[in-house]
Design a protein around this ligand. Structure first.
Ligand code: DX5
Ligand code: ZN
Length: 227
């Protein structure tokens, strides 16, 4: 299981200090939500912030581009220190060339699917990606309510992975907390983005450990072993 605190929920007045908190929290990844004010009705931070934070952390930088024209941002974020770049399947015909471009930059490839979008749109790309992100809120803001109707999409993505012997990670993002993490793990999610539930806690290390414990306790693979 991977726990990925989302910097979106960090203290914007002290990003550096909060990344040091994340370093010591037991999380493996740092999730960086990039918003362009067009694909989503919000603007967050850009490549310069990622570049500044990169030398402060050995965490895997999971860069989530909620952007309408990611093609102009791939190189800047790759150079800034992204380890993985996630684009949205809602970009339609642009997805295939974008996947190729991210690969050519030597970065891991993630594909995100918004709550209203049919998970079938992601099916043609399953062999080409390292991670499938099932959004569990409508992107744009942290602190939103988890959308339970997204659970069958996670289940479907996990079924495809098993049936086709694929190894992409299954990530969820939005409203992930100690109640919803177990529901997502039970249907196959293995990578959990959380902002409010982690950066928002005074003891981030304890929050990460608790979330991980609940995720692992609901891992279907472990449940099979228990029988
Ligand atoms: C939505 C963002 C949020 C963020 C996590 O665009 O992607 O989902 O990462 O937000 P929380 O964990 O606070 O719901
Ligand atoms: Zn995100």
């Amino acid at each position: 299981m991977i726990i990925a605190p989302s910097l979106l929920a960090a203290n914007y007045a002290q990003f550096g200090k909060d990344v040091l908190r994340a370093n010591k929290s037991g999380a493996e990844w740092l999730h960086l939500d990039i918003m362009d004010g067009h694909f989503v009705p919000n603007i967050s931070f850009g490549p310069q912030v990622v570049k500044t934070l990169r030398p402060l952390s050995k965490l895997f930088f999971d860069v989530h581009l909620m952007c309408s024209k990611p093609e102009i941002l791939l190189e800047p974020f790759a150079k800034a220190g992204a380890d993985e770049i996630i684009i949205h399947v809602e970009l339609g015909d642009a997805v295939a060339p974008l996947i190729w471009k991210i690969r050519s930059l030597g970065k891991k490839v993630g594909l995100a699917v918004n709550p209203p979008t049919n998970i079938a749109l992601a099916e043609p790309f399953l062999e080409q990606i390292d991670l499938l992100l099932v959004m569990t809120v409508n992107p744009g803001f942290g602190g939103q309510e988890f959308i339970h109707e997204c659970l069958p999409k996670i289940q479907q993505a996990d079924a495809w992975r098993r049936e086709r012997n694929l190894s992409y990670r299954l990530e969820v993002d939005g409203g992930i907390n100690n109640q919803t993490v177990g529901e997502c793990a039970r249907v196959g999610a293995d990578t959990f983005v959380a902002g409010t539930a982690l950066f928002g806690r005074p003891n981030m290390k304890a929050a990460v450990a608790k979330m991980r414990k609940i995720a692992e306790a609901n891992d279907p693979a472990l449940a099979d072993l228990k029988v």
